[in-house]
Design a protein around this ligand. Structure first.
Ligand code: ACO
Length: 326
């Protein structure tokens, strides 16, 4: 069977580091609270003028180079983001132009923190079906531009970052084996950014009194995340005829260490089979899973043939998982 192989990965995070100590000076919080409740020690923050596509282009160039393909050979650019440069055009189009992918179609996927899970599912379907030979899949978000720095319950959680993967067809075992994508729009009010769309346009009477910032019911999202991550993982494994014990590396969305550990426990995985970098980057939303895959591979934790389980959840509500034979 023809499968989509992740032939090259790339990444980009802003240079600017914001530690928990910096946050202590900005708001009523503490390093201890943030570490205990989230596992986060520091995050990267984009500077004014640094937009999602700036990070995505750097990540994309690296992925294309590592895959050993020419940008002109890309058939498709799929970008998972909810913090794109502008409402339109799509951030994927800025990347397409930025890297010179002159023959590629380009579009964004709005699945928040599950943006890479969804984008990888779409990109791999194009490759599997033979509609595309070479696809660039990106996850990028710059949520720190959209948080209310006066709201300590959300501001401490997020960081900015991008990751990218070039997909190429492969035969045999290697590649994306199975995907599950799920959603529950009834959970939309649990995490949203309301202002700036057609419901509450910027500066409109409808937008009056609404805060132009990420709003989140943390406890509700936490409960959902723990249930959804475990469910998606067990389902994708069952559909592939595999068991949690077959997983060599679990690469979950890096939102909160406690959520990661709860999912790990449900799957019965030991620490050596779980990748964690939330301590350095916080929740980079769409960037989190490809950044984690990138670091896992660079640190030698992703060997050819390894069974990799990725899982994510986010605003929507959406969630899903990809099972990949590395
Ligand atoms: N520093 C110090 N105290 C804080 C802070 C802070 N940064 N934030 C909140 N607190 C306080 C609260 O005010 C509360 O005080 P109170 O008891 O006096 O009212 C207390 O700490 C406890 O707050 P809880 O909400 O009960 O803390 P909890 O243990 O639930 O952790 C957290 C909060 C970390 C937000 C957790 O609920 C969580 O991780 N939720 C999931 C968030 C998430 O993953 N979001 C990403 C969604 S994905 C996407 O699409 C973007």
């Amino acid at each position: 069977m023809r499968r989509a192989v992740l032939a090259g990965l790339g990444h980009c995070v802003p240079d600017k580091v914001l530690s928990n100590a910096h946050l202590e000076a900005m708001m009523d919080t503490s390093d201890e609270w943030i570490r205990q409740r989230t596992g986060i020690c520091e995050r990267r923050i984009s500077v004014p003028g640094q937009a999602a596509s700036d990070l995505a282009i750097v990540a994309a160039r690296e992925a294309v180079e590592r895959a050993g393909v020419a940008a002109e050979s890309l058939d498709l650019v799929v970008c998972g983001t909810v913090t794109g440069d502008m409402p339109f055009p799509s951030t994927a189009c800025f990347v397409q132009a930025g890297i010179g992918a002159t023959k590629a179609g380009a579009f964004d996927v709005g699945a928040a923190c599950a943006g890479f899970i969804y984008s990888l599912a779409i990109g791999s379907a194009f490759v599997e079906s033979g509609q595309a030979e070479t696809v660039l899949v990106i996850g990028v978000d710059v949520l720190t531009k959209f948080v209310d720095w006066g709201d300590r319950s959300t501001a401490v959680l997020f960081g900015d970052g991008a990751g990218a993967a070039v997909l190429r067809p492969g035969e045999g075992d290697r590649g994306v084996i199975k995907t599950v994508l799920l959603s529950d729009g009834n959970g939309a009010p649990h995490i949203d950014f309301q202002v700036g769309g057609s419901r509450y346009p910027h500066g409109s009477p409808e937008a009056q009194g609404r805060r132009p910032a990420v709003a989140m019911n943390g406890a509700e999202v936490y409960r959902f995340a723990v249930r959804a991550m475990g469910d998606a993982c067990l389902r994708v494994l069952a559909e592939a005829g595999l068991q949690p014990s077959d997983v060599d590396l679990f690469v979950p969305h890096q939102a909160n260490l406690r959520i990661i550990r709860a999912s790990q426990e449900r799957l019965g995985l030991t620490d050596d089979r779980v990748f964690v970098n939330v301590q350095h980057y916080g929740n980079t939303s769409g960037g989190s899973i490809p950044l984690a895959l990138y670091e896992a591979e660079r640190s030698g934790r992703l060997k050819p043939g390894a069974l990799v389980l990725t899982v994510g959840f986010g605003a929507g509500l959406v969630w899903g998982a990809n099972l990949i034979r590395w």
